[in-house]
Write a protein of this length. Sequence first.
Length: 157
Amino acid sequence: MKRSSKAHWNGDLSTGHGELTTDSLVLNKTGYSFNTRFADGVGTNPEELLAASHAGCFTMALAYALSQAGLKVNDLDTTAVVIVDMSKSSITDIELTLDAAPIDSLSEEAFLHYAIGAKQSCLLSKALTGVVISLHVNYMGLHQHIDGNAKSVDHVS
């Protein structure tokens, strides 16, 4: 399987602008610029697209794992936040927050196990090995934060 996108840019960094197009045309000459990346311009930016991609990949990996276990998957909502350290010109962290509707006969502990597994098996998580990826899971009474090394750091019921 191969997936591709195209970027076109015209001009210098601060005053130029570009367009992004995916083969599926979900993005079709979608604008991006210095302002959409570093200020509040209208359009998108690479970090926003990475966040959307990671949220989608993780959520699909979790849905797959749960369905493979014979469970009926309900609503799964994931927010991904990409953190950029401008002083290092680097993406340092991605924070995934998962809010999940209850699943019949699935305990909080079992759900957490599936969520951690999905974080580890998501193709984008694997590709981003140099980035700390944390996970916050909200499921029924469970509010669990897992740091980038999959260690539990707090638990609130």
